[in-house]
Design a protein around this ligand. Structure first.
Ligand SMILES: [Zn+2]
Length: 298
């Protein structure tokens, strides 16, 4: 209830700011773009280059699933030229704010509309939010963002389209790499949560996960865990995977039980401060994932 009251106050603040004439700045010079999760932020900054200032609402290392917008975040969104968000369950409070503030539809981009969504295994009425984990989806997302950026800033369209083509070429290379891996027909066992539903669908990967979704409190059932251990033994699977948000507890226990290795696949929701300082980005993390997948079955 407290969260709800704070949120309503924040919405009122934004709506009143807009009403007192502090309307979003005209597009002069740099485009202002705000994104909810790291991959959308990373795509936008690659597309804009010097013609845009892109900011990410998630702080370094923060969980995308427990994120709650602050009043400052709502103001940043209201003052942006383009707001990028996925449009899943986690974004419902922000979508409510966009409606309350009567934000122009053309200045917000809901990227789940750019791809064919997958229903969540546990809550079929909700769509899986991890749309960026498939390079095939990333190509559509990047194309959609580029189109909206050009509409907001026609004077920078040539640069944006050139940057789009460069980025799409890098994604095409990733896409080919994942297709080549998928052709080997390995079964991937995630002894962890499973944010890779789009990757599994688009590359026809055979995946088995301890927990279907990506919630914070996901615990595997005893039957799922024993199915997972049986699969690892029967198929002599050499490596099971965990994600960067995990405590590796399930992966370690499957490893101890079956004598298999464990390896990290990064789901790219967000970066830690260290990853940021190392210069990691969507492409480098997805390339490393591909190397990890190939090495896991050598
Ligand atoms: Zn997630």
């Amino acid at each position: 209830m407290k969260r709800c009251v704070l949120f309503c106050l924040a919405v009122l603040l934004v709506v009143s700011l807009l009403a007192c004439g502090k309307t979003p700045p005209e597009t002069k010079g740099k485009l202002k773009i705000v994104a909810t999760v790291f991959p959308l932020y990373d795509f936008a900054r690659n597309l804009c280059g010097d013609c845009g200032e892109v900011s990410l609402l998630l702080k370094s290392g923060a969980s995308a699933h427990s994120y709650e917008p602050t009043p400052q975040d709502l103001i940043a969104i209201s003052q942006s030229d383009l707001f990028l968000y996925v449009g899943g369950e986690s974004d419902e409070p922000i979508e409510a704010m966009l409606v309350s503030a009567e934000r122009e539809a053309s200045r917000s981009l809901r990227l789940i509309d750019a791809i064919t969504p997958i229903a969540e295994a546990d809550e079929p009425e909700e769509s899986d939010e991890h749309i960026w984990t498939s390079p095939a989806c990333a190509k559509r997302i990047v194309t959609a963002i580029a189109e909206s950026l050009c509409a907001q800033s026609p004077e920078n369209a040539d640069t944006i389209l050139q940057n789009r083509d460069t980025y799409l070429a890098a994604l095409a290379e990733l896409d080919a790499g994942y297709r080549a891996f998928a052709a080997k027909g390995h079964t991937l066992v995630f002894a962890d949560r499973f944010p890779f539903a789009y990757l599994a669908r688009d590359y026809e990967l055979d995946c088995l996960a301890a927990v279907s979704g990506c919630g914070e409190d996901g615990e595997p059932s005893a039957s799922r865990l024993s199915e997972l251990i049986r699969t690892v033994r029967e198929k002599r699977i050499p490596t099971v995977f965990y994600t960067e948000t995990s405590d590796q507890r399930i992966a370690n226990s499957v490893s101890a039980e079956c004598g298999c290795k464990t390896a990290l696949l990064h789901s790219c929701h967000n970066l830690t401060r260290t990853e940021q300082n190392e210069g990691s980005d969507y492409l480098s993390l997805m390339r490393r994932n591909l190397e990890t997948l190939n090495a896991a079955f050598d």
